[in-house]
Design a protein around this ligand. Sequence first.
Ligand code: ZN
Length: 152
Amino acid sequence: MSQNVYICPYCQSENIQSYNIAYAGGVSSVNGVTTGVGIGMNGRVGVGIGNTVGTQQTALSMMAEPPKKKSTTGLFIKGTLGIYFGLGIVFLVSGLSKSNWSLVIYIVAYAILVYNIHRRTVWNREVYPELRRDWEHTYICLRCGNKFRLEY
Ligand SMILES: [Zn+2]
């Protein structure tokens, strides 16, 4: 009898499932993506994007959620709206809009936004593939509930 490598290292059960399969098994009941735009009391605009998760999505599937790339377009839109509306209103109210300082603050705010987008881009390029690889090699034991990596 050959040694079966696809077993749980904790309880030696063969009843294990890859995260990939565990996630796909429950994903069909996910309803879709909802997007919402709201303007807060302080004049800041917020854009929210969230997954509408159906009640039928299994707990196992939720646990086995794959890593997601960070949205750079989302951040760009959100950041730009925030800078223009948020700062715009602040400057208008404070009277700063006529001052040269407002331009400096706009530029600084934009630089911070671009920097953050850059950081996300780097994360997506360098960290995300590793997380994704980890995820693809992660298994869950359906007997004891432990998760572990298998590299075969
Ligand atoms: Zn186990």
